[in-house]
Design a binder for this molecule. Structure first.
Ligand code: ADE
Length: 251
């Protein structure tokens, strides 16, 4: 998969993403990250790419010309036009399902805005997807692009050591992940749950599944609606939900 990132801060995005697993994926040729500095396409001798908003108001708006030229410099090299993802709090809220959908693409372009945003006309011309990473405002789209690229790239076959681990983890079936333990068997007086030491795979799987249901009921009951639960699991979840409600009721 190839990701082009149009940004005023390519080093921030590339250095952040290449630090760990994605850096190794790039060395193995499974992923290619390409930063494009929008400032390189400034149309004046001061290298300015922003200006005051028409109609007045605080802050500065990124001008359409440099953004369009930065996009064209990438688009010209592509046979099929890649989706262009603009990171903005006004977008659809990103989730695991969208990550899976984007991981099918061979090439993607990410557009990161700064200041008070980007001139609407160039967005209308080039953007295919508007994505938000949550209901809060960042100073720019770079961190959001990194979040999206990280979660998409790890779904590309071969990027994780063990492809199965992407499948059984949190959100893949609308449940949160069960708790994990490693050596030592006892830490600060706290023991690893007995069942995990038993070597009985059936019991381990059953315990993990129950823990996932309990955790989801406690922290993200909204996800339970989408989860495929057995009747017994549903009862377990409802019992846990009632406990949580009782607890909050007492406060
Ligand atoms: N840019 C600024 N805030 C953002 C957010 N929450 N999601 C995506 N892009 C953003």
């Amino acid at each position: 998969m190839k990701c082009h990132i149009l940004t005023l801060f390519p080093d921030m995005v590339l250095e952040g993403l290449r630090t760990s697993i994605l850096g190794r994926a790039e060395e193995k040729g499974l992923l290619s990250l390409h930063g494009v500095n929008i400032r390189d396409f400034a149309e004046n001798k001061h290298n300015r790419v922003d200006d005051a908003p028409y109609g007045g108001g605080a802050g500065l708006v990124m001008q359409p010309g440099p953004v369009y030229s930065a996009w064209r410099s990438v688009a010209e090299t592509c046979e099929r036009q890649p989706r262009v993802i603009y990171l903005t709090p006004q977008g659809r809220v990103f989730n695991q399902e969208i990550a899976g959908e984007l991981a099918e693409e061979e090439e993607l372009i990410f557009l990161c805005g700064h200041y008070e945003g980007i001139d609407e006309r160039v967005l209308e011309l080039i953007v295919t997807d508007y994505l938000s990473i949550g209901d809060y405002v960042l100073t720019g789209g770079e961190l959001a692009a990194m979040v999206v690229i990280d979660s998409v790239a790890r779904l590309v076959p071969g990027v994780l050591h063990n492809d199965a681990s992407a499948e059984i983890e949190t959100f893949s079936d609308s449940l949160l992940e069960y708790p994990q333990y490693t050596r030592p068997e006892e830490f600060m007086g706290k023991k690893v749950p007995e069942v995990l030491l038993s070597g009985h795979h059936g019991n381990v799987d059953k315990w993990r599944r129950e823990q996932s249901v309990l955790r989801t009921a406690r922290s993200r009951p909204d996800l339970l609606k989408k989860a495929a639960l057995t009747e017994a699991e549903q009862e377990l979840a409802e019992k846990e939900l009632r406990k949580t409600l009782d607890f909050h009721g007492e406060m």
